[in-house]
Write a protein that binds this ligand. Structure first.
Ligand SMILES: NC(=O)c1ccc[n+]([C@@H]2O[C@H](COP(=O)([O-])OP(=O)(O)OC[C@H]3O[C@@H](n4cnc5c(N)ncnc54)[C@H](O)[C@@H]3O)[C@@H](O)[C@H]2O)c1
Ligand SMILES: Nc1ncnc2c1ncn2[C@@H]1O[C@H](COP(=O)(O)OP(=O)(O)OP(=O)(O)O)[C@@H](O)[C@H]1O
Length: 547
């Protein structure tokens, strides 16, 4: 180390160590010290050598005690200490960044090795399944096409990056009946989890990981989710609220624009096709389905769903998909619209930006429900679960007696509900019936099941939020005075006689809804605009105050 100067205004401090040199030029005068630094090409010297340098400066300063009257020397020694400290901090920062980079590299290598190991397995799976394009296919017994591997990812929580073709896949390429030379094939997309402002596509897999016996949270479980198309969407399904002239007019206009300007294939419900054809035979190209069997295969053909209506239309569209759901773009044509962030006046711009991507989406969890009849012991009433996006409600129906419901969470007894009933809600449904019954509002991306009593006849019964992995069982006891009634997103009432039960857990098929900004912004906007949440005139500055 060399220090030149003394009473001069410019001091040059050179520090060698670790094979690299840092030269700091400190100029001081008029009471302030500024630092400029020339760095070696390969970056900073290591923090250890800088620590030694700082120590050496301290020692030197101690060896040459400064007289209290010598202002210049006092200023000089202070400046030197500042320089040494600044350099040490910079080097420590660099060391931390290097450690982080090394960690990412390690995780990348791990990921690559894992993928390499998976590759031969996938190839043989593809060969066995006869996949037409190298993707993964599995045909389930009910005709829905699901990918086991993708579901496995969901179950294991390794959701940081999924490609749509792992979840949804066309059984075979479909010929476009309007353009015979064109093959209709689902557009694939990629989902990535990111923090606001973070643009990287980095795949981060672990939510919790263990190192040297320590448990650390590596990632937040829920982040803003971005959907990026990997090929252009070709087919759009438009679902509309019935009996609304404004919706009908907008639907016809939108269909025409999507076809003529964006060359897209359009599906609508059979009722809407009739309405369009009544207006003009021009709409002959619009496609629809004949029966429920064909409807159940829609997810294999449709890239995007557009809804024109209120929240009820979003619930309706989710209920049409008994398995995977394509991304939904909900336009607001109702009175409230908690799940409908897009304004119909700007539909062209909105749809263009969605079709272009990337877009933020909210992955809304659904609950899957099964009814178990006492007579059938532990058998489910139907093989297919009933899926709800908002909630399942078990109430007293038209009976004037208290409901009496025994509730279990996995194997643990929770409580016996005596009151008007119980709501088991998703977090998306937390702003609907559950809110009216006193439940908390929960951000739709929080994974959980809300357990909200309806008018409980007990002052201490507060609502609960349960973790997403549990199974809730609600049993009507044999000594109940009346049957209970279950309804699903406010529809399809089913009677539960004494001895019957309803079992409910998180479904593996969430509903992806496009966001206007992102899921957090859209959530707050909906509770501000829809509920006027905590709206209060601001108190004026006039008046008594503590200052
Ligand atoms: N007391 C209540 O608040 C009450 C009673 C019954 C049903 N509901 C809700 O109505 C839903 C069915 O909706 P619908 O449109 O078919 O029936 P609907 O036409 O009777 O509309 C009910 C209202 O609930 C609103 N809503 C629906 N989902 C919502 C959500 N996730 N967040 C905030 N508000 C929401 C709708 O915008 C609508 O204003 C049910 O799932 C239930 O949550 C609420
Ligand atoms: N395509 C559809 N087919 C049959 N029923 C539908 C369809 N779309 C919506 N519905 C039903 O119509 C009802 C009203 O729909 P929606 O909530 O969208 O409109 P709204 O009542 O005008 O809106 P808001 O609730 O915001 O005032 C709901 O019960 C919903 O289930």
């Amino acid at each position: 180390m060399s220090i030149s100067g003394g009473r001069n205004d410019m001091v040059v401090v050179g520090m060698g160590g670790g094979g690299s040199d840092i030269v700091a030029v400190v100029s001081f005068g008029h009471g302030d010290a500024s630092v400029s630094r020339s760095e070696p090409e390969n970056g900073f010297s290591d923090s250890l050598s800088l620590f030694h340098s700082e120590k050496a400066v301290q020692e030197l300063l101690q060896q040459t005690p400064v007289q209290g009257s010598d202002d210049h020397l006092i200023e000089f020694s202070e400046a030197l200490r500042t320089v040494a400290k600044a350099l040490r901090r910079a080097a420590e920062g660099k060391a931390a960044a290097q450690a982080e980079a090394a960690e990412w590299k390690r995780r990348f290598e791990l990921e690559r090795t894992r993928n390499l190991q998976l590759e031969p397995k996938e190839r043989s799976l593809r060969e066995n399944n006869g996949d037409f394009e190298g993707g993964r296919l599995e045909k389930s017994t009910n005709g829905l096409v699901l990918c086991n591997q993708a579901n496995q990812h969901v179950e294991e929580g390794c959701l940081e990056h999924i490609c749509s073709h792992e979840v949804l896949r066309d059984v075979q390429p479909v010929l476009d009946c309007n353009m015979p030379n064109r093959i209709m094939r689902k557009a694939s997309f990629k989902l990535s989890w990111r923090c606001k402002g973070e643009n990287s596509d980095q795949h981060k897999h672990d939510i919790v990981y263990f190192e040297r016996g320590n448990i650390t949270t590596a990632e937040r479980s829920s982040k803003q989710i971005s959907l990026k198309w990997e090929s252009n969407p070709q087919t759009i399904l438009i679902l509309t609220k019935p009996n609304s002239t404004s919706v009908q007019i907008l639907c016809a206009e939108m269909v025409r624009w999507l076809r003529e300007q964006r060359k897209l294939n359009i599906y609508v419900e059979p009722r809407v096709k009739v309405e369009l054809l009544t207006e003009s035979s021009y709409f002959n190209f619009v496609q629809t389905w004949k029966d429920d069997k064909e409807m159940l295969l829609l997810h294999t053909k449709v890239d995007l769903v557009v809804t024109l209506g209120g929240d009820g239309t979003v619930l309706w569209s989710a209920s049409m998909f008994k398995g995977p759901v394509p991304p939904i773009v909900p336009f607001s044509l109702g009175s409230l619209g908690f799940m409908t962030p897009f304004h119909s006046e700007h539909y062209r711009d909105c749809l263009d930006s969605v079709l272009r991507g990337p877009i933020s989406i909210t992955l809304r969890n659904r609950l899957q429900c099964h009814v178990i009849r006492d007579a059938a012991k532990n058998e489910y009433e139907t093989d297919e679960p009933i899926l709800v996006l908002n909630e399942v409600t078990i109430d007293r129906g038209i009976s004037s007696y208290l409901t009496n419901l025994e509730c279990y969470c996995d194997d643990a007894f929770v409580t016996c509900v005596q009151g008007d009933g119980l709501i088991l809600s998703t977090t998306s449904g937390s702003t609907a019936y559950s809110l009216a019954a006193g439940g908390s509002m929960v951000h739709p991306q929080v994974p959980g099941i809300l357990f909200t009593p309806i008018c409980p006849h007990s002052l201490s019964f507060r609502p609960l939020i349960l973790p997403e992995h549990v199974t809730v069982r609600v049993q009507v006891p044999f000594n109940s005075r009346s049957p209970a009634w279950a309804s699903f997103d406010g529809k399809d009432r089913k009677q539960l006689a004494p001895g019957d039960a309803l079992v409910c857990s998180m479904a593996p098929w969430p509903v992806p809804t496009a966001c206007s900004v992102d899921s957090t912004d859209d959530f707050f906007r909906s509770i501000h605009d829809g509920l006027h949440w905590n709206l209060r005139k601001t108190q004026s500055f006039d008046g008594p105050r503590d200052l």
